[in-house]
Design a protein around this ligand. Structure first.
Ligand code: NAG
Ligand code: NAG
Ligand code: NAG
Ligand code: NAG
Ligand code: NAG
Ligand code: NAG
Ligand code: NAG
Ligand code: NAG
Length: 337
């Protein structure tokens, strides 16, 4: 809030005095069309005129235009161009105000005026407060935090991590607060916790990420109390990454001398894995080739041994293996899982 010392042009020119006074106001407040707005405000008057200030003083708001127009008078709060309320009493020097049911035409600059005892007439010409009336409620904002840090890229989170989905929306008028509600395409019970600051309503969803959350869209809906209710919403889709799981190996073909056989590996992972094949010959692991399939043509007994397929992505590695035991005229095949 800015304060500025202004000079008082009292109506009491008889006394022929000027004195400095202050008012503290926000530069600008935003309001929603059809709703109300709070203007925090305190004022001061020169000590020598304090005795003139009583609780019967009139507190008024004027709109700056040509000519300026009185829009609100605390002595008749519901008959002005704007209805509302000024809080507290004049002697508390608190001019905090609520204006109700604002419309587009109410956008503009406003200043405060105080009149007491027919003698004290202070116009707090500067600073003014700029009221900006928004036609429609803004969408809520949504963000994702993983292990306390905000996730900025692609809403990508790791399986097993704790995430917090946060939705927030501005409180334009605390006497007609908005509401927030999370929903998700996963039909699941997730507890939503809400709290608010002076200017924002916040709703958090905390949970531990599992693969079921991959591709799930979470939607936050804000409802504002205007003339009618008005809802706006914003969504986010989680992408869950995880290390390889359920890596398995299958064998197609006859494991017989002279025939050919194809080993295939599969794994569930995000991002997708790459596969590497190893052959265990007398305890030595030799990489054979990469790719999801390994084909051995024209099998003979020298191909015997345990074959491993390892599935790897940036989050981890998993393997599966098969034992090919090729004899002259029969074969033996054993998988380890
Ligand atoms: C106005 O505010 C300034 C700074 O806060 C202060 O120094 C000054 O005394 C105030 N004037 C009056 C009349 O209260
Ligand atoms: C002025 O009044 C408002 C509304 O009652 C209150 O919230 C605020 O704290 C008061 N400000 C001061 C400086 O006393
Ligand atoms: C909410 O506000 C928007 C923008 O003014 C408007 O298009 C929409 O019809 C409103 N919805 C309701 C339910 O009032
Ligand atoms: C949600 O998680 C945040 C940290 O990510 C924590 O500070 C907060 O207390 C949690 N809220 C609930 C209700 O568990
Ligand atoms: C959701 O949780 C609440 C409270 O734990 C419980 O009463 C309700 O039955 C649950 N609903 C579903 C669909 O699980
Ligand atoms: C077995 O096959 C390998 C390669 O396919 C070949 O080099 C080797 O000579 C074969 N051995 C026999 C006994 O046929
Ligand atoms: C397989 O993927 C991992 C992790 O993304 C990478 O470090 C590695 O170089 C890849 N290996 C091959 C053979 O592409
Ligand atoms: C296969 O996985 C086991 C258990 O994680 C590990 O001990 C072994 O070294 C892995 N083998 C290969 C070839 O990666």
């Amino acid at each position: 809030m800015d304060t500025l010392v202004m000079f008082l042009l009292t109506g009491s020119l008889i006394q022929g005095v000027f004195c400095g006074y202050n008012i503290s106001l926000p530069k600008r407040v935003e309001a929603l069309q059809g709703s109300c707005v709070f203007i925090p405000c305190t004022f001061d008057i020169d000590q020598q005129y304090e005795h003139l200030l009583t609780d019967s003083a009139k507190r008024m708001w004027y709109k700056e235009k040509s000519p300026t127009v009185k829009v609100f008078d605390s002595s008749s709060p519901n008959t002005g161009l704007i209805n509302g309320e000024i809080f507290g009493t004049p002697t508390q020097k608190n001019c905090t105000t609520r204006f109700d049911n604002l419309g587009q035409g109410h956008s503009g600059s406003y200043y405060f005026r105080l009149e007491a005892n027919g003698v004290l007439k202070n116009t707090y010409r500067k600073p003014t407060v700029q009221i900006e009336v928004l036609r429609s409620p803004p969408k809520p904002t949504v963000s994702v935090f993983m292990d306390q840090k905000e996730v900025k890229e692609m809403m990508t989170v790791m399986e097993g991590s704790s995430v917090r989905l946060r939705c927030s929306t501005k409180i334009f008028c605390s006497s007609r607060p908005p509401s927030l509600k999370w929903s998700s395409s996963l039909n699941e019970n997730i507890t939503e916790r809400q709290h608010q600051t002076q200017t924002e309503l916040i709703s958090d969803l905390n949970f531990t990420v599992s693969r079921r959350h991959h591709g799930v869209t979470f939607t936050c809906t804000a409802t504002h109390q205007l003339q009618q209710q008005n809802t706006t919403q914003r969504s986010l889709t989680l992408r869950v990454q995880y290390a390889p799981k359920r890596t398995s190996l299958s064998v197609a073909g006859l494991v017989l001398e002279g025939r050919s056989v194809t080993l295939s590996c599969s794994s569930d992972a995000n991002p997708a894995v790459n596969y590497t094949w190893y052959r265990d010959t007398k305890g030595l692991l030799n990489p054979v080739q990469t790719g999801p399939k390994l084909t051995i043509n024209n099998i003979n007994s020298t191909h015997s041994g345990r074959y491993y397929c390892t599935a790897e992505n940036k989050h981890g590695t998993q393997n599966s293996s098969v034992l090919l035991d090729i004899q002259q005229n029969h074969f033996c095949l054993r998988t380890n899982d």
